[in-house]
Design a protein around this ligand. Sequence first.
Ligand SMILES: [Zn+2]
Ligand SMILES: [Zn+2]
Length: 216
Amino acid sequence: MQVIQINSSPADANAYLIIAPKPLLIDVGINAKYVLDRIEDIMDPANIELIILTHAHYDHWGAVEEISRQTGAKIAIHTKDAGLLSDDISSVAVMFGAQGACFQPDIILNDSELIGLGNGSDLEVINTPGHTQGSICLYHSQSRSLFSGDTVFPEGSFGRTDLPSGDGRSLVDSLKRLAGLDVDILYPGHGYVTKDDVPGQIRLSLQFAGSFVHDL
Ligand SMILES: [Zn+2]
Ligand SMILES: [Zn+2]
């Protein structure tokens, strides 16, 4: 598995192109043309059959309808975030001067589900509620990679819990679960990819989130 980070601007979420026998995208951000151009540099976009959204926030899926139309890829999201997509507020689309989704997801994901990459390895869906109720992280055990959406970021940061369906205590429980994983590389929904003592960074996020929740 090879991973290409695609990011059109600091205000945009990261998209990750997973290069494998069954290529897929994890999140797409808001700039469809930019993402499609980056994919075209590497492969025929029509080879992409699946787009996995880490959660229902607009900055992660704003470009998905266009990219899905151009590639024919199906759109997958966790069952608990599927219903938030079409809501202007819950999807935070209003924060970007946009509206909730007009599309319906094609595939509904559940915790612990495995998504095969066609090479004998797979991405495990881990439901990590806290930032949103149906936020997911995707774990590739073979390469010890974690795609963490807006649940956990490098250097002890974590996703905000004050948006609709956010919950601080759930986030702490989710970070505890992630802290138990063997992770070498963290691919967050915003910011840079890190290989630097990732379990230590996740434990730091857990520590900060724990004291934050304690103060609520
Ligand atoms: Zn978010
Ligand atoms: Zn985000």
